[in-house]
Design a protein around this ligand. Structure first.
Ligand code: S3P
Length: 172
């Protein structure tokens, strides 16, 4: 069976929905951020601070290559993971990609007091979210097989994803 892959902006609910789907469908969860943290033995803020963003992005690409060989998993990606075309291609080899779509306002509300996203640790958080989202949205849409309204309650988001996923044939 193919992987169910979740993509979208920071704060779109990928980790939460990933955990819920994993439980509901008894499919193991891989969270690429956690995977990278374990692989490097460092938290993401520390990786960005000590090694730099480019190093983090290279690691993301390696992880995507590794994950192209998995199946039957829920894969929750980082907000920047599928922006590189080669990452999206690798991930798509083994999975169906769902974009969790949320508004800038929702992101800002959810991440108001977050300290774990290096790209948003700025005074002008609103502008950072606006600029990144404007730049990324077309790329997310290009990478995704399906776009899901992630403003809905989490149960409904999970239901939509499972209905679409199991409404298609995913034997590999
Ligand atoms: C990032 C999103 C984060 C994490 C890193 C970079 C991004 O993941 O991978 O801070 O570039 O959007 P979440 O989307 O899970 O917050």
């Amino acid at each position: 069976m193919s992987n169910i892959v979740l993509c979208g902006f920071m704060g779109s609910g990928k980790s939460t929905i990933g955990q819920m789907l994993s439980k509901k469908l008894s499919m193991p969860l891989i969270d690429t951020d956690l995977y990278i943290e374990e692989k490097l033995g460092m938290t993401i803020p520390r990786i960005f601070e000590e090694k730099g963003e480019e190093y983090f992005r290279q690691t993301e690409t390696e992880v995507c290559r590794e994950l192209s060989h998995t199946d039957g998993h829920i894969i929750s990606t980082g907000g920047g993971t599928l922006l590189r075309a080669e990452n999206a291609e690798a991930i798509r080899e083994g999975g169906v990609i769902f974009l969790l779509n949320v508004s800038e306002q929702t992101v800002l509300q959810r991440l108001r007091s977050d300290t774990t996203r290096p790209l948003l640790q700025r005074k002008d958080k609103e502008k950072a979210v606006h600029d990144l989202m404007t730049k990324r949205m077309p790329l997310y849409k290009c990478a995704a097989d399906h776009i899901i309204d992630a403003e809905l309650i989490p149960d409904k988001v999970c239901e939509e994803i499972t209905d679409i996923f199991f409404g298609e044939t995913h034997d590999v």
